[in-house]
Write a protein that binds this ligand. Structure first.
Ligand code: MRU
Length: 358
């Protein structure tokens, strides 16, 4: 599976080259493949906030490289460079509040410096750590793909229909994707007949990104509006809903793209299994339940405009871009440390004590 997935790899959204972070501008996909060059931490923070780079893992990886750029600039300034570097860290942290992987990556970079109070070469130390964060995400994707495929095979090995929401693919991670990694693996094993992709209003990650990624892999994909989700589950023989996660609380509640919650309710009603695929770095054991997960709200214009044209009436707007799916609606959470069926606090605590499987 690992080798076949690696051989099938086509999309890459993050490229650290010659001391510059290159990001595929996801706002312009699928029509233009334009790359943005980020030379400063502020460039990276802007790319994250404006969603040029998006998806929890991709955000965390980009922010880690952003801290390498910050260190380079602050070291050149001299003086108490680490205090100034902390300001850059705060700037990067203040971009997307729900993406647990962002805070995990930033903390990991800070810990790396703290572990060696005065590393001989802080810049190389930080660059090596950012590369390690990037590479470990890629590895985690491969492990999760294998575990997810095994689950699909266990329940029903023949080709089937799967529904996904948002984009949890190569564009959202440092590898093949979380949810789309499993779907790609299942496709390579002949277990995917068709994928239904919710369009994912208002940023359209489903129609612009997921449909593009899957079609590029030759996987049969049908786009449907978010409002059609329940109808698709009822009428199209879907056996699994597979999604990624932006933050998972200690009790297994999952924050993911707005609309995921209603999909989980509908999946339970129709007896469709619900799988969440996310690296363990998305699990924040300090958050007792989903009620404590900060849910990002974005600009009203994202809802009022369609294709840059203002179509909505000028009224108050509520635009949360994530929601919380309660643990009791989730059949299984797949991580690189293993799977958790019917998640709860005890099972997640046990999982977090385990080593990675690769
Ligand atoms: O607002 P986005 O596009 O960053 O949201 C992304 C998602 O909701 C993904 O499903 C999630 O990050 C999991 S993939 C790593």
């Amino acid at each position: 599976m690992r080798d076949r997935l690696l051989a099938a790899e086509k999309v890459k959204a993050i490229d650290w080259r010659d001391g510059v972070l290159h990001l595929l501008d996801q706002r312009r996909l699928p029509f233009e493949e334009t790359w943005i060059a980020c030379a400063t931490a502020a460039d990276v923070a802007l790319a994250i906030r404006s969603m040029a780079v998006r998806g929890a893992s991709a955000i965390g990886i980009s922010a880690a490289y952003g801290l390498v750029l910050a260190a380079r600039a602050r070291l050149a300034e001299g003086g108490d460079w680490q205090a100034a570097w902390e300001e850059d860290l705060a700037l990067l942290a203040d971009t997307r509040p729900t993406a647990a992987h962002l805070f995990w990556a930033l903390n990991r970079m800070r810990d790396r410096l703290d572990r060696f109070k005065e590393p001989a070469d802080p810049l190389s130390t930080l660059e090596a750590e950012a590369r390690a964060i990037h590479e470990s995400d890629r590895e985690a994707n491969l492990t999760m793909a294998q575990l997810g495929v095994d689950l699909i095979r266990k329940h029903q090995g023949n080709a089937q229909a799967i529904l996904t929401h948002c984009n949890a693919g190569a564009l959202a991670t440092g590898g093949f994707g979380t949810a789309l990694g499993v779907i790609r693996g299942a496709f390579l094993d002949g277990m995917v007949e068709r994928v239904y992709a919710n369009e994912t209003r208002p940023s359209l990650q489903g129609s612009r990104l997921t449909a593009w990624e899957l079609a590029g892999d030759g996987i049969a994909v049908t786009l449907n509006s978010d409002s059609a989700g329940a109808h698709v589950l009822k009428t199209k023989g879907v056996t699994w809903v597979i999604v990624g996660a932006d933050c998972i609380a200690a009790n297994g509640d999952v924050a993911s793209k707005i609309g995921t919650y209603q999909l989980a309710v509908c999946a339970m009603h129709h007896g469709v299994r619900f799988m969440v695929v996310a690296p363990s770095s998305s699990i924040d054991m300090m958050l007792a339940s989903g009620d404590e997960i900060p849910l990002e709200e974005r600009d009203a214009e994202e809802l009022l405009q369609v294709g840059g044209q203002r179509l909505g009436a000028a009224v108050d707007v509520f635009n949360p871009v994530f929601d919380v799916t309660p643990a009791d609606l989730i059949d299984v959470i797949v991580t690189e440390k293993g799977i958790v069926e019917r998640p709860d606090t005890a099972k997640l605590a046990q999982l977090m004590c385990r080593k990675r499987l690769h």
